[in-house]
Design a protein around this ligand. Sequence first.
Ligand code: ADP
Length: 289
Amino acid sequence: MSIQLEHVTYTYGQGTPFEKTALHDVNLTIHEGEFVGIIGHTGSGKSTLVQHLNGLLHPTSGTVTVNGVDLVGKTETVKQTRHKVGMVFQYPEHQLFEETIAKDIAFGPKNLGFDEAEVDRRVREAMQFVGLDYDTYTERSPFHLSGGQMRRVAIAGVIALDPDYLILDEPSAGLDPFGREEIFGEIVKLHKEKGITVILVSHNMEDISRMANRLIVMHQGQVLLDGNPIEIFHNDREQLQSAGVDVPPLSQTLQALAERNIPVNIDRVHVHEAVADIYEYLKEVHHAK
Ligand code: ADP
């Protein structure tokens, strides 16, 4: 099970004066179970890339297959396969429209033709998963919720489709730190507990380094770097800079300390762990005096 892109090139407005090639010969395989972070400067092709993964865009040349099925075409198999890839757009709460939360979450599974009992089961499960109590929230309007809660309803609507792959484009944009932690907590839970393959587009390297086990750096419509985030931070700093992407501040700090022969673990991705390391080191230095 995987999503595979072979020689994918995509040109907007082909044959017009506004022609713009946004992807150039992209080759990529996303395997089941991965947590992939996609990062890159504005205009590097991230959105264009992810819209190919569920067939919203078709390549100008090349192929995209999901679990072996080419997404071009309108057969029942293609339709079902596209539903295996859930997409949470930027500001997904703008797409809420039903008068109650339950109806909004039920919209997708209903459209897929499931009977009432199955739709209800999926709505309950999705709400429980994103931490919205069914009895409290089901009849409420989604428009009276906080920003973070509205986003949870939107994500629940995608989870209710039971996707194998979940693509999220800047899921924490515009949320306060508490809302961000909530959303990221849920995404990590979906990956760990439901085994969903996650593809997260973010401009925040710190967020990606904490969660993703694979990092893809886009630059000028191509994959510039692809690998383990920590290894990329260590080995490819110059290339990251050329792509206009920063190594996370924590990683930068730890590398600078290591270069001064201070024994820190440069693989730390959580600030509190790095602080504990430094504290231990300082204690030892103090005792040695
Ligand atoms: P990112 O998501 O990394 O910001 P995009 O995929 O949105 O990058 O854009 C890649 C390139 O394609 C940019 O040069 C952008 O201007 C161009 N582009 C994006 N959408 C369109 C469109 N609808 N029409 C024409 N050009 C577009």
